[in-house]
Design a protein around this ligand. Structure first.
Ligand SMILES: *[C@@H]1O[C@H](CO)[C@@H](O)[C@H](O)[C@H]1NC(C)=O
Ligand SMILES: *[C@@H]1O[C@H](CO)[C@@H](O)[C@H](O)[C@H]1NC(C)=O
Ligand SMILES: *[C@@H]1O[C@H](CO)[C@@H](O)[C@H](O)[C@H]1NC(C)=O
Ligand SMILES: *[C@@H]1O[C@H](CO)[C@@H](O)[C@H](O)[C@H]1NC(C)=O
Ligand SMILES: *[C@@H]1O[C@H](CO)[C@@H](O)[C@H](O)[C@H]1NC(C)=O
Ligand SMILES: *[C@@H]1O[C@H](CO)[C@@H](O)[C@H](O)[C@H]1NC(C)=O
Ligand SMILES: *[C@@H]1O[C@H](CO)[C@@H](O)[C@H](O)[C@H]1NC(C)=O
Ligand SMILES: *[C@@H]1O[C@H](CO)[C@@H](O)[C@H](O)[C@H]1NC(C)=O
Ligand SMILES: *[C@@H]1O[C@H](CO)[C@@H](O)[C@H](O)[C@H]1NC(C)=O
Ligand SMILES: CC(=O)N[C@H]1CO[C@H](CO)[C@@H](O)[C@@H]1O
Length: 544
């Protein structure tokens, strides 16, 4: 009697704490807080979807982060609410809305276009493996996020986050901010809480760069950890799908749901054994005893390319002192030994061009409907230049990347004998002569770099990166425009991140380091975006 009275009092106190403290704004709410809110009946999944749709409607005319919302989202949420009411909980993502990049196919009413009118109405025969994993986990696929068209594999003079179908994405930390890319809409949407988290994809920088410029956490998984089945490709050797979220734990939770083998993507057979528990890797003391290396020559090289990145470099060295305070050993000269050759190499270009010819045709061949009859890169190029040049903004945004791949003399596909030397050069320059060599020679657990400098080395060897917010350009920073001259690349309050790079399939380690750093610094909260959606989820008072 006394004990049960105590329990009731405790319950009342818990509910009182939640209600008086208030549920956090959706710009900050973590997946765990949202899950708790669903579990204790503060709101339903339908309420959540309604709130996120309201937030998207508030800001999307300006920011163009979302290209399509899922017309079935409310219905799916209601079905998941029903399941919950009947006691079936699929896992930590049950009923949680997530936006996915507009290159990951879903078999529903939504299009999968990579931002091109060529693929409007071109539906897949079934869900991509990633989409079916999300659904199995109870995720509400809320919509498709905008991207740099064709994942930034078309033009030499386009802008990050522009697509013909979705318009120009803007980030929210300074007016007219370049969102970076190519997972631009995912970066902005995760940053502003237009969904609980987002998925992006990366070939070279497309998760890490927009994550850092939108002040969020991004995980670029090892190539092969997440399936590319029915994802509009660039390159089988470099493409990977990963989570973008506001916290390391959120990103780790989403990674757990999407990682794993898929018979439709043979690269996933390289996964070594059972998946680690990525959430359990989020330990505040993860940095104790970690050996982290700084490739000083690489920072010097990038400093030479771009003298505006000094605030990122200064913040990086300050961050390395924090990592040391947290118990890590920092090796300051873990140089990449063949950096000069890397900087001069065209091998990556060769590999991507050759893979794209084959991998794109292979995606197109799987489509169930193909209203524009595009079956090859040549068809897509013709469509862009001749059928719909206006909406595709050709030639203001050129097709230089495709022209090179399709060049009858210098272009070739990945069965050509010229392909293999290029791939081997990549594997050396990112491997022994780059990231893996530095890790092994110095017996390191990870390499750290400012996120702006980090993607290329991991890209060419399929290695993982985790980026976590590290700081912001100072208030007196001068405004630097992008190369097209239409967006603010860097300037006051533009965010940047810290990258951890590791060996293949070492995500759990990198997640641990990023989590420990995030807990010590909590940098994300230091600067607010200039655009903040106001719609919030309606919290019900709980009747006891
Ligand atoms: C997909 O594209 C078709 C063709 O333009 C359009 O009718 C449909 O509304 C789009 N789907 C969504 C969910 O926007
Ligand atoms: C995967 O590899 C096996 C063996 O080479 C092959 O039979 C199969 O068709 C491949 N599957 C796919 C989806 O590429
Ligand atoms: C690493 O690179 C830095 C910067 O170029 C250079 O000063 C240093 O001597 C190099 N150290 C080693 C061990 O190569
Ligand atoms: C960076 O380099 C440009 C071109 O060389 C120069 O005009 C500018 O003053 C430099 N900025 C800084 C901060 O050093
Ligand atoms: C890597 O660097 C070493 C030492 O400078 C050089 O001998 C070798 O040729 C380089 N390898 C490649 C593939 O560039
Ligand atoms: C490219 O190679 C040349 C010749 O070896 C070298 O002088 C130059 O520094 C290299 N470029 C970069 C960016 O490292
Ligand atoms: C982009 O490049 C194409 C081809 O060189 C050119 O026609 C077009 O004017 C360029 N666009 C801009 C905005 O400079
Ligand atoms: C690659 O190119 C060669 C030569 O043009 C061609 O014979 C072959 O069919 C192409 N392979 C694929 C998979 O596209
Ligand atoms: C901005 O202010 C800082 C601190 O006062 C100063 O060190 C730095 O030189 C200034 N930078 C510019 C670009 O004016
Ligand atoms: C959901 C949404 O707002 N989609 C819009 C995204 O931007 C394109 C291009 O401006 C619009 O056509 C969509 O309606």
């Amino acid at each position: 009697m006394v004990a049960s009275f105590g329990i009731v009092l405790w319950l009342v106190a818990q509910v009182w704490v939640i209600q008086t403290a208030g549920f956090p704004s959706l710009i900050d709410a973590t997946i765990e807080e949202i899950k708790d809110g669903l579990e204790c009946g503060l709101f339903s999944s339908v309420d959540l979807v309604t709130a996120y749709l309201g937030r998207i409607a508030e800001v999307n005319a300006d920011l163009k982060a979302v290209t399509e919302v899922n017309p079935d989202a409310l219905e799916i949420a209601a079905a998941l609410d029903d399941e919950r009411a009947k006691g079936k909980i699929r896992g930590p993502l049950h009923g949680i809305p997530i936006l996915i990049k507009n290159n990951i196919a879903t078999k529903d009413k939504m299009n999968n276009t990579a931002g091109s009118f060529a693929l409007l109405g071109a539906y897949p025969p079934r869900d991509s493996h990633i989409a079916s994993q999300l659904r199995a986990a109870g995720v509400v696929i809320l919509g498709k996020s905008n991207l740099s068209q064709w994942a930034n594999f078309r033009s030499s003079n386009s802008s990050n986050g522009w697509s013909a179908h979705g318009g120009q994405v803007h980030a929210a930390y300074i007016k007219n901010q370049d969102p970076s890319g190519s997972s631009s809409g995912s970066g902005v949407a995760a940053s502003l809480g237009l969904a609980a988290a987002c998925l992006g994809s990366e070939t070279d920088g497309s998760i890490i760069s927009p994550s850092q410029r939108n002040n969020i956490v991004g995980i670029k998984p090892s190539v092969g950890l997440t399936s590319r089945d029915l994802v509009i490709p660039i390159s089988e050797h470099q493409d990977t799908v990963g989570p973008m979220g506001r916290t390391v734990r959120d990103a780790a939770t989403v990674l757990q749901a999407i990682a794993g083998p898929d018979p439709n993507d043979n690269y996933t057979s390289a996964i070594p054994g059972p998946l680690p528990d990525y959430l359990a890797a989020c330990k505040p003391d993860a940095l104790i005893g970690a050996r982290l290396g700084i490739p000083a020559n690489t920072i010097e090289l990038f400093q030479g390319f771009d003298n505006t990145s000094q605030p990122e470099i200064d913040a990086f060295f300050a961050a390395s002192k924090i990592l040391a305070m947290a118990g890590a050993t920092i090796l300051p000269n873990a140089n990449f030994t063949n950096l000069t050759e890397w900087a001069n190499s065209t091998a990556e270009n060769t590999v991507l061009n050759a893979d794209f010819l084959v991998n794109l045709a292979s995606y197109l061949a799987k489509l169930a409907t193909n209203p524009n009859n595009v079956h090859s890169l040549a068809d897509v190029s013709r469509f862009t230049k001749e059928v719909m040049p206006g909406p595709e903004e050709y030639p203001s945004r050129d097709t230089a990347v495709w022209d090179q791949a399709l060049d009858p003399v210098s272009g070739f596909n990945n069965t050509d004998p010229r392909f293999w030397p290029a791939l081997q050069q990549d594997l050396f320059l990112g491997g022994e002569g780059g990231l893996f060599g530095a890790l092994d020679r110095n017996k390191l657990d990870a390499i750290i770099l400012p996120s702006s400098f980090s993607p290329g080395f991991a890209a060419i060897v399929g290695a993982p990166i985790v980026t976590v917010p590290m700081g912001f350009y100072p208030a007196n920073a001068s405004v630097v425009m992008n190369t097209r001259g239409d967006l603010v690349d860097t300037g006051p309050n533009v965010p940047f991140g810290l990258s951890f790079l590791g060996r293949r399939f070492d995500e759990a380690k990198l997640i641990g380091y990023a989590f420990a750093f995030e807990q010590m610094t909590q940098v994300r909260k230091n600067v607010l975006p200039v655009v903040i959606p106001k719609t919030e989820v309606k919290v019900r008072p709980r009747s006891l």
